[in-house]
Design a protein around this ligand. Structure first.
Ligand code: DX5
Ligand code: ZN
Length: 225
């Protein structure tokens, strides 16, 4: 089962509520919520208050991708704001196992995020505790960057580890996902596809903003896998 997760980083922030309801009505599955702190990454976006404001608008899973350092202080705020999944970067936490525990204690699913150059050994002792593994196919901080092909090898390696574990762990890819590469990414093992500029860029000239065409095009490619 494949899930399409539009990144609201590329939405029109002046109409954020509408952008969220429209993209879900257009057939997307999950809202990917990019949190940047101008410290761990060189950009600044949205926080728990925005998560809380959008929570009543949709029943869709809100997938919070924390690009912040430190991580732990902000986790309970996102849980209270209605996040369903909270993912973080291992380099941004002093105590990775503790942060995973904190996310789960707050009633959320926990994810670990791997930058293009971050080794997979962080999985060695915590795989059994994770609900999601997110492979970055761009360096974090900005939407609209090109897919780094080495991410496909990483996906294959993680897919193997997940299958060997026998656990159901979501395998998410984030960065540069488009209609022309989503099938190849799925074949490498991803089941959850973040797409920011591909989705929100495609609907920006329609009035009202609708995303049916792009979401169907992504699904059509996935149906060929
Ligand atoms: C980058 C973010 C991504 C980003 C993806 O740091 O984590 O979620 O919005 O954007 P696109 O799909 O445009 O590469
Ligand atoms: Zn993201």
């Amino acid at each position: 089962m494949y899930r399409i997760a539009p990144s609201i980083l590329s939405a029109n922030f002046a109409k954020l509520g509408e952008e969220i309801t429209n993209v879900i009505d257009s057939g997307a599955d999950i809202i990917h919520f990019d949190v940047m702190d101008n410290h761990y990454v060189p950009n600044l976006t949205i926080g728990p208050l925005v998560c809380e404001a959008i929570r009543p608008l949709t029943d869709a899973v809100i997938d919070v991708h924390l690009m912040v350092e430190p991580v732990d202080r902000i986790v309970p705020d996102f849980a209270k704001a209605g996040a369903n999944i909270i993912s973080f970067h291992p380099e941004a936490s002093r105590h990775i196992d503790r942060t995973i525990g904190l996310i789960k204690d707050q009633g959320c699913l926990a994810g670990l995020v791997f930058n293009p150059a971050t080794p997979l050994h962080y999985l060695d002792h915590v795989l059994d505790k994770l609900d999601l593994i997110l492979i970055m196919s761009v360096n974090p901080g900005f939407g609209g960057q090109a897919f780094i092909p080495e991410a496909l090898n990483k996906l294959r390696a993680v897919r193997k580890r997940i299958d060997e574990s026998g656990r159901s762990i979501m395998l998410e890819i984030d960065g540069g996902v488009k209609v022309d590469n989503i099938a190849e990414i799925a074949r490498a093992g991803a089941d959850t596809f973040v797409a920011g500029s591909a989705i929100y860029g495609a609907g920006k000239d329609s009035d009202p903003h609708r995303y049916d065409t792009i979401v169907s095009a992504l699904r059509a490619e996935l149906s060929k896998v």
